[in-house]
Design a protein around this ligand. Structure first.
Ligand code: HEC
Ligand code: HEC
Length: 252
C-alpha cells in the first residue's frame, strides 16, 4: 500500500514539474496585466508605479461608488453604525499591524468574508455565522437580564468617563466592578480589542454615538453591525485594490 502511494506521489510530482515548464509563458502574460501585478505587489511597490497606482485608484473608486458608499458614505467618512473607513481607528485587525502589508491583508480579510455575515447555507456556518467571517457580538445585557437598569445607568457614566466626557463620578465608580465583564472584548482599560471587533471606548470616535441614550441602548439591547462579504461580487484584484486604496487614504 505504502509503495502505491509513493508511486502515485512520484507521478504527481512529475506532472507538476512538467506543468511548471509551461509556466514562464503565462508568467510573462501576468507581468503585463496590472490586475495580476497589483495582486502580487506591496502597497509601497504599487505607490511607486504609476500604472499600478492608477489601476488601484480607478478600480477602487468605481467599486466604492457602486458598492460601499450607500453605507459608508460617498467619501467613506461613515454613518451611524457604519464606521468611517479613513480615520485609521480600526475595529478589526489593522491597528495591530505596524507594516503596510499586514494592515492591507487585514482589510482584505474583512472585505473577502465580511463582518457577521450569516448569508450562507447552514452547513457552512459555525456558531451561527459563516465560517470565515469576522464575528463577535455586543451582548444586550438588559435583554439577557445579566444587568439591571441601575447597573446599566452606572455603566453609561463609566463609558462617558472613559471617553473623557462629562460623567457622574459616583455612578462611574459604582460601575467599576461590572465593567469586568466588558473587558473581554473592549480590553482591560476599554482601549478596544481588534480580535473581537470591540471598539475602543476611550476615544471620541464612536460607531453609534456618544450621547447617554445611545450608549444605554447599546449596552441594554446589544448590537450586531454587519458588513457584507465581497469575495463573490468582486474579483481578487478589485478586493486588493480596495484594501490598498483605503489604507492609502486613511489618516495614519
Ligand atoms: C449594508 C451596509 C454596508 C455596505 C454596503 C458596506 N459596508 Fe463595510 N461595514 C458596514 C458595517 C455596519 C460595518 C461595521 C461592522 C462592525 O460593527 O464591526 C462595516 C465595516 C467595514 C470595515 C471594517 C472597518 C474597521 O474599522 O475595521 C471595512 C474595511 C469595510 N466595512 C469596508 C467596506 C467596503 C470596501 C465596502 C464596499 C465594497 C463596504 N464596506 C460596504 C456596512 C456596510
Ligand atoms: C463579546 C464581546 C463584547 C462584550 C463582552 C462587550 N462588548 Fe461592547 N461591543 C462589542 C462589539 C463587537 C461592539 C460593536 C458592535 C457592533 O458593531 O455591532 C461593541 C460596542 C459597544 C459600544 C458602542 C461603541 C461605539 O463606538 O459606539 C459600547 C458603549 C459598548 N460596547 C459597551 C460595552 C459595555 C459597557 C460592556 C460590558 C457591560 C460591553 N460593551 C461588553 C463587543 C462586546
Amino acid at each position: 500500500m505504502r509503495r502505491l502511494y509513493t508511486t502515485l506521489n512520484a507521478r504527481f510530482l512529475c506532472a507538476c514539474l512538467s506543468l511548471a515548464c509551461l509556466l514562464p509563458q503565462s508568467a510573462y502574460a501576468a507581468d503585463t496585466d496590472p490586475a495580476v501585478r497589483v495582486l502580487n505587489a506591496s502597497p509601497e511597490a504599487i505607490a511607486a508605479d504609476p500604472a499600478l497606482a492608477g489601476f488601484v485608484k480607478q478600480t477602487a473608486e468605481s467599486a466604492i461608488s457602486e458598492h460601499c458608499s450607500r453605507c459608508h458614505g460617498p467619501e467613506l467618512r461613515g454613518a451611524p453604525g457604519a464606521p468611517d473607513l479613513l480615520d485609521y481607528d480600526w475595529l478589526w485587525g489593522s491597528a495591530t499591524d505596524s507594516s503596510a502589508v499586514g494592515a492591507v491583508m487585514q482589510i482584505q480579510r474583512t472585505l473577502l468574508y465580511g463582518i457577521r455575515n450569516k448569508d450562507c447555507p447552514p452547513e457552512q456556518q459555525s456558531y451561527g455565522a459563516c465560517a470565515a467571517t469576522r464575528f463577535s457580538q455586543m451582548p444586550g445585557y438588559l435583554k439577557m437580564q445579566t444587568l439591571n437598569e441601575a447597573q446599566i445607568a452606572d455603566l453609561v457614566e463609566y463609558v462617558l468617563k472613559l471617553q473623557g466626557g462629562e460623567a457622574d463620578a459616583g455612578a462611574a465608580g459604582r460601575a467599576e466592578a461590572d465593567f469586568a465583564v466588558c473587558t473581554e472584548c473592549h480590553g482591560e482599560f476599554g482601549e478596544g480589542d481588534p480580535a473581537f471587533g470591540g471598539p475602543n471606548l476611550t476615544d471620541a470616535i464612536t460607531l453609534f454615538g456618544n450621547d447617554r441614550e445611545t450608549i444605554r441602548d447599546v449596552i441594554a439591547n446589544g448590537r450586531e453591525g454587519a458588513c457584507p462579504p465581497w469575495g463573490d461580487t468582486l474579483d481578487a484584484a478589485a478586493i486588493k485594490a480596495l484594501a490598498v486604496h483605503i489604507y492609502n487614504l486613511a489618516e495614519k
